[in-house]
Design a protein around this ligand. Structure first.
Ligand SMILES: Cc1cc2nc3c(=O)[nH]c(=O)nc-3n(C[C@H](O)[C@H](O)[C@H](O)COP(=O)(O)OP(=O)(O)OC[C@H]3O[C@@H](n4cnc5c(N)ncnc54)[C@H](O)[C@@H]3O)c2cc1C
Length: 266
């Protein structure tokens, strides 16, 4: 038999975590796993902590509660730059339930929002208050048992953040790959760019070779050519039912180019 415990605070839920318990946020993945007979989950822990639903500015940027849904991201004026990411996650029913916190733990082919968080160099804020960069968080994600309270992102200047999801079924298909880019500009040239790919490794990964090749260039076909050439360098895509690793490596430069030149494909 499974039980559900509701805790008034996230810290309370974190303290109650034990061997065969699982936190449930929107439940789009947890409930599906349970419906398919996931063994090993005896207790579902949830929390009605109001802070989980907050979106607010603080000293380091915009703090997004882990319980904020994709629909709430789309509706938030503060998070207008992330609305194009949230809009391509599932259909309306999923977006009403799927949370930012749950997306941090969503394995491939999911986790599109986390690709954006990686490009934006987000901070992950745990229930006990300690902070961790998104990269170390992702590297250690499989072993984690703590609860996330919020993420914090900087607000990029207008036009400096871009996101592109490649899927076979439109508009609701899962990602063959997704790419997010944070491209700070100075005097018409790219500064310290951050590029993140989803579905090009076991977790979202940065394309560091392409980032380095973008430094100081103009965002036109000639300027970005060296970065496009090394798009997949350092990435480790897998074969799966959606695409082969070979195919992903072949098309990564095409999609990176579209992102960088802001070419739209529907
Ligand atoms: C039909 C369908 C379509 C989908 N399409 C997409 C898509 O296009 N793109 C995409 O990215 N995803 C997609 N998803 C996956 C999923 O809906 C999202 O990734 C969503 O953001 C997960 O959030 P959730 O709140 O529902 O997670 P839950 O199912 O509640 O939890 C998922 C995991 O995260 C853990 N967790 C949740 N919150 C926290 C927290 N605060 N601290 C610690 N651990 C936590 C849970 O314990 C669990 O292990 C889809 C799912 C379905 C069913």
């Amino acid at each position: 038999m499974q039980t559900v415990e509701t805790h008034p605070t996230l810290a309370g839920a974190a303290a109650a975590m034990r061997e065969r318990s699982r936190y449930i946020a929107g439940g789009t993945l947890v409930m599906r796993a349970m419906n398919y007979g996931a063994t090993g989950i005896e207790t579902l822990l949830r929390s009605g902590d109001a802070a989980l639903r907050e979106i607010r500015h603080d000293s380091g940027g915009i703090r997004i509660g882990a319980g904020v849904t994709m629909a709430e991201v789309i509706a938030s004026r503060e998070l207008d730059f992330l609305a194009p990411v949230a809009r391509v996650i599932g259909g309306p029913a999923i977006r009403n339930m799927a949370t930012v916190g749950g997306n941090l733990f969503a394995a491939h082919p999911y986790g599109d929002f986390t690709v954006a968080l990686l490009a934006l160099d987000a901070q992950v804020i745990w229930a006990d208050g300690h902070r961790e960069g998104i990269e170390p968080f992702l590297a250690g994600r499989s072993g984690t048992r703590g609860l996330v309270a919020a993420v914090q992102v900087p607000r990029p200047a207008t036009g400096e953040f871009r996101f592109h999801k490649v899927s076979r079924v439109k508009p609701k298909g899962v990602s063959v790959m997704s790419i997010a880019g944070w491209l700070p500009m100075a005097a018409g040239r790219v500064g310290a760019a951050r590029l993140a790919f989803g579905a090009m490794g076991p977790t979202p990964l940065r394309a560091k070779a392409a980032e380095a090749a973008l430094r100081g260039v103009t965002l036109d076909a000639d300027g970005i050519a060296p970065a496009v050439r090394v798009a997949a360098e350092g990435l480790a895509p897998a074969d799966d039912a959606l695409a082969s690793a070979w195919y992903r490596r072949e098309v990564a430069p095409v999609h990176l180019k579209r992102l960088l030149l802001a070419e739209r494909r529907v």
